[in-house]
Design a protein around this ligand. Sequence first.
Ligand code: NDP
Ligand code: 8X3
Length: 252
Amino acid sequence: MKTVLITGATSGIGAACAHQFAKEGYRLILIARRAQKLADAAHHLSDKYAVEVKTLVADVRDQNAVTDVLNSLPQEWKKVDVLVNNAGLSQGLDPINEGSFSDWDAMIDTNIKGLLYVTKIVSGWMVSAGEGHIINIGSIAGKEVYPNGNVYCATKHAVDALNKGMRMDLLPHGIKVTAINPGMVETEFSLVRFKGDASRAEQVYEGMTPLFADDIADAIWYAVSRPKHVNINDMLIMPTAQASGTLVNRNK
Ligand code: NDP
Ligand code: 8X3
């Protein structure tokens, strides 16, 4: 029985991954802050796929909380085969001189530090087991920078660097490390970026077909299901209607 740990499993890409791995018969460990949404997802997944699900309500920014909830898992759940470092967010889209300190803290603390807190513990378990696969959700924003994307792009460039660094450090232990870097995916991402402004969020995807969370879960499953001797280092996945961070064809 294989086990996957997914951060940010209450919505979007993380929720789609939970379905994909459950469908493949994995046991699930799901982390997010919204307790009720997490509990509802767990019930639904265990009913639909007949898999075991553990939910851990935690804010990945909180180093002590992350350490406590992960260490509280029963020993037999600490053999994690796949870690999907997905929890993340953007806050605001402002020029650097107008950016908000709290937005910057939220992005840096979640996308970089939260990813590190979870990875430190789970990669330790993988080293003990002598195997494992870490999937880091980066972004087109980790490959290029777009106007007003400043700090969000910086956090995803950091994920790109950490993805490469982890692969080097974990090489002696046979642990695979993969970055999945999506372009525009229609999830709660834009609603969160624009702090609940639904009409501004909708405009992001107006006149074009974005990626859907299932497209990314499918790509993650492709990487995870390669033979033991094959690692997908890095995948950049864009909607057909998006050629770069900002170049979008809205006429089709
Ligand atoms: P969503 O907003 O739909 O999902 C984000 C998930 O992360 C939610 O489950 C949320 O759960 C969780 N999360 C956010 N902050 C925290 C936190 N501090 N602690 C624990 N969980 C947290 O967005 P996406 O699915 O689109 O985003 C997933 C990842 O994909 C992010 O890393 C994002 O940067 C990346 N990405 C997204 C793209 C897009 O266009 N959508 C493109 C490229 C990359 P809860 O609120 O319950 O804690
Ligand atoms: C999310 C996609 O284009 O807003 O990482 O950076 S984008």
